[in-house]
Design a protein around this ligand. Sequence first.
Ligand code: AMP
Length: 397
Amino acid sequence: MFNKTTLKDYVLEGKKVLLRVDYNVPLNANLKITNDRRIRESIPTLKYLIEQKAKIIICTHLGRPEGKVVPDFSLEPVAERLRQLIKKPVILTKDVGDIDTIKFVRNMKEGDIVMMQNLRFDPGEEANDPDFVRKLSALADIYCDDAFGTMHRQHASTYGVAQVMPNCVGLLVEKELKTFDKVLNDPDKPFVVLVGGSKVKDKIELLDNLLDKADTIMIGGAMAYTFLRAQGYTLGKSLVEKDKVPMAKLILEKAEKLGTRILLPVDHVAAGEFSFAAQPTIVSTDHFPRSLMGLDIGPKTLAIYKRFLQRARTVFWNGPMGVFEFQKFAKGTNEVAKTMAKSPYFTMVGGGDSIAAVEGLELQDKIKFISTGGGASLKLLEGKSLPGVEVIQDKFD
Ligand code: AMP
């Protein structure tokens, strides 16, 4: 059960709060933000801190500058977007230990917002260097972690600072952790898990952990071929990870023992080559031509998967049903996104490709929960704990 200290456990008036956010947003070649979801998701926490009259010191990383100052990874476009969203000045400082920054922070007024320049410009951030931790923690009275997407990392700003100062989680992290807690420990039933994508290796631990929690697990994408191979089918030129077939067999056996239903595609949209221009042909699992490869789930499979999605009270989806980047093979992925968007029940999407598919159809507001953390959410679904969560003090310590 979620029992971490939150912002609401502190009297914040006049206090300097070091707020770790995850503003690692995608930028295009002109350094324009192409998706500002992570910035928008931090607004409730910022508004709460302003209302409570705290002094706000925001810190985040952006990209992988690897401990060096790389101007293309400057947070200026991020600070500018935040100014527009929060409708307040946001001062972007030079770097954490800079003397002007220290003076500036000392003179902050209640409700002021300062943003530290990209933390990963300093090698101390990723190394969790004690000196860098000291510089960061010296800036504030309270540390607040609202960067769910980086909680699986033990960096200075996600772990080190929490060890040396009063700490808590922010509103976004609280919402993420409570949601995962509910889905993993007390999901409304039936609980349906839909998994796709290309690599079995990336999803095996997640499947293993969800086997005794889900009622039905439906598999699509290239991964389905490794599972179908484990059932003895031949699948033409489809992507089968031969070395993962034994693992797939184990999962299928375990599911049977637990009474968890695993559904695999009964038909496919196949083609002779991996190309956007390839001619699609519908084939069934038990008569798969040697010359073809499966690139999407077929219409019968889609109809079955949709029926389970419509009836589920909890759905978790991770990974595309086919090569959704090619329009002719995107139907399976797009249709499951649309079906989930229509559900009145709890629907949740994780993983970059599935989120991109949902956003491509502009359905993001119709999905009940889209996690802000790729790697971090995967770790939780695998049943693992996150160092950034562990280090935050429990409510009743
Ligand atoms: P992953 O990174 O494992 O989530 O896989 C995502 C990728 O899987 C996407 O780029 C899809 O194009 C790809 N994919 C999905 N289905 C298939 C398939 N049947 N054959 C080949 N690639 C696929």
